[in-house]
Design a protein around this ligand. Structure first.
Ligand code: ASP
Ligand code: MG
Length: 410
């Protein structure tokens, strides 16, 4: 008897018919003898609509109340799915994130899970009930409702699976698994049967939307087997596992191409070349929970250097507000921001240790006439910043250049 956590995304519970299909799937799995806990997202674009509603009510909704509002999306899903599952036979019980033991650091809108006490969930399972848990929400230290950031129902699911020491976490979504690139912009993309945690983490960070990247990091830390699969068609999906296990199967060195258009770049000019100044700029951003991505610091010329970094577009204004006074204080030049960028990158274990990969990527982009505005690398990733308008073209170009197009791939 396996203990499984199922997670159903927003599209999987968007309509009554889909909720019925989810209920059937859950009931079947329970009938097969598995011990189940289920995590659900808000239905369809419910979260977007709640945010819009708030912004129509007041221009700058307070974060605390916005969390109260947004959390209702998942709460409603959990209640409806629990009703539907119970109607299919097995008894189900809807739980809020707080009831399910999710404890966060209390940062509204982007809370991080500090602890997850699964005792209530376990109790329900022991009593033969299927807990249906609202994702994306948890308890703050002051007793408030806190949401966990966009897409974070995945984080709830993976954290719960880790806390329950589940045998597997199945992420049911509207695509059949993880692809070598986003099939909506690269029609030649192929589904991967398996992907390493590290590769998946880089893909997710680079903009592959199939799983929220924090959830991938948690799965990696706990070595939790995760399967990304379709909730609409029965197919094996993509298994996420330790790299050693994947490498045996993989032939291609470059496993995937991911891109993201949610990129804004902030540049601080003429920062003096002195220890501590970069820290002075980035610490306040960290204190405000703003995620920094690509950082580029030029070689210093005449004792000063330009530092640029990227953030998500939603964080751009706040980041500029934080950095401007610091730049003035440390005697740097002007601070500028540009929201018309995107990033595209290639991912695969062994990229850095294989000569010629970077040259091939840059060569392919050059041949396509795409200008590279910044580059970062990790052991298993090379990312290029490009103009937003060129991101999709760049993704298709790299996909072809590394032999990932359907027919030419493994
Ligand atoms: N409903 C939330 C969102 O749209 C969380 C999630 O779907 O994972 O971001
Ligand atoms: Mg999602």
């Amino acid at each position: 008897m396996a203990t499984l956590v199922f997670k159903f995304g927003g599209t999987s519970v968007a309509t009554r018919e889909r909720i019925a299909a989810v209920a059937e799937r859950v009931a079947d799995a329970a009938a097969g003898g598995d011990r189940l806990a289920v995590v659900v997202s808000a239905r369809g674009d419910a979260t977007d609509r709640l945010i819009e509603e708030a912004e129509h009510t007041v221009p700058r909704p307070r974060a605390r109340e916005l969390d109260m509002l947004m959390s209702t999306g998942e709460t409603a899903s959990a209640a409806l799915v629990a009703m539907a599952v119970s109607a299919h036979g097995p008894e189900a019980v809807a739980l809020s994130g707080i009831q399910a033991g999710v404890v966060t650091d209390g940062v509204y809108g982007r809370g991080r899970i500090e602890r997850l006490d699964p005792s209530r969930v376990r109790r329900e399972m022991d009593a033969g009930r299927i807990p249906i848990i609202a994702g994306f929400q948890g308890l703050g230290p002051g007793g408030d409702m806190v949401t966990l950031g966009r897409g974070a129902s995945d984080t709830t699911a993976v954290s719960l699976a880790a806390a329950l020491r589940a045998d597997r976490c199945d992420i049911f979504t509207d695509v059949e698994g993880v692809y070598t690139a986003d099939p909506r912009c690269v029609p030649q993309a192929n589904k991967l049967d398996a992907i390493g945690y590290g590769e998946m983490l880089e893909m997710a960070q680079l903009g592959a939307k199939v799983m929220q990247h924090r959830s991938v990091g948690i799965a990696q830390r706990f070595r939790l087997p995760v399967v990304v699969r379709s909730s609409f068609v029965d197919s094996p999906g993509t298994s996420m596992m330790a790299a050693e296990a994947v490498e045996i199967e993989s032939v291609a060195l470059v496993r995937g191409v991911a891109h993201d258009t949610d990129v804004a770049r902030i540049t601080v000019r003429a920062v003096r070349d002195r220890p501590g100044l970069a820290h002075g700029i980035f610490q306040p951003l960290a204190d405000h929970g703003i995620n920094i991505d690509v950082i580029v610091q030029n070689l210093s010329e005449a004792g000063t250097t330009d530092i640029s970094f990227t953030v998500s577009k939603a964080d751009m204004a706040a980041a500029v507000d934080l950095v401007r006074p610091i730049a003035a204080e440390i005697g740097a030049g002007d601070v500028s921001a540009d929201a018309s960028l995107g990033k595209v990158g290639i991912v695969g274990v062994g990229i850095q240790s294989t000569p010629g990969i970077a040259a091939r990527a840059f060569g392919a982009l050059a041949e396509a006439g795409i200008n590279i505005l910044g580059i970062t690398t990790s052991e298993i990733r090379i990312t290029c910043l490009v103009a937003e308008a060129e991101v999709e073209h760049a993704a298709r170009t790299l996909h072809t250049a590394f032999g990932l197009d359907a027919d030419s791939a493994q």
